[in-house]
Design a binder for this molecule. Structure first.
Ligand code: IMP
Ligand code: MG
Length: 180
């Protein structure tokens, strides 16, 4: 039986079947492009963890995982970001793919990429499950993209509303009256 839509949502944007098959395709692309390399998949907690967990199992080659956490401070448009949990391992010489749930303004990831680039990885790429590209403020190089999504507030598959709904196995749109 499929999971019912929560009351706060008004529709499903990416259903569980579409999500699973797109994740598989992205994993296969990553494996094809990085065969033989020291591949490191990195995500930013907590939202990226669901996509990372699925996509890494679709990458059929040896790889390692690492995690970061950041918090934004100040007015959101300033892009001031602080690392609250850093990576455990050095990325020097590694082929790094930063795996994200969604890129919105791009400010968070822009900052994270600058920090990681200074650590001299062999390569540094981005794989995002969703791309809310109409909201982009800073330009980012995105190598792997699951879906372009509209400018709506989304929940599920890692995306939360006040910490809830991350565990939905699909991506749903929030009712406007819940947000405003
Ligand atoms: P950015 O710095 O604006 O690109 O922020 C991206 C982060 O904002 C994502 O990693 C999510 O945590 C959050 N985010 C962006 N859009 C949504 C959404 O529609 N629902 C829930 N969280 C979102
Ligand atoms: Mg996030």
């Amino acid at each position: 039986m499929s999971r019912p839509l929560p009351d706060v949502c008004d529709g499903i944007l990416i259903d569980a079947d579409a999500l699973v098959s797109r994740v598989q395709e992205l994993g296969e692309s990553i494996a094809r492009d990085h065969a033989g390399e020291d591949l490191r998949l990195i995500t930013i907690l907590r939202g990226g963890l669901f996509f990372l967990s699925d996509v890494c199992r679709a990458v059929d080659m040896p790889l390692s995982l690492d995690f970061m956490a950041v918090s934004s401070y100040g007015p959101s448009a300033t892009g001031s970001v602080r690392i609250t949990k850093d990576l455990d391992d050095s990325i020097k010489g590694a082929s790094v793919v930063v795996v994200e749930d969604i890129i919105d303004t791009g400010l968070t990831l822009h900052y994270v990429l600058e920090v990681l680039r200074e650590r001299e990885p062999a390569s540094l790429e981005v794989c995002t499950f969703m791309d809310k590209d109409v909201r982009r403020i800073v330009d980012l190089p995105i190598k792997y993209r699951g879906f372009e999504v509209p400018d709506r507030f989304l929940v599920g598959y890692g995306l939360d509303l006040d910490g809830l709904y991350r565990n939905l196995p699909f991506v749903a749109t929030l009712r406007d009256e819940v947000m405003f």
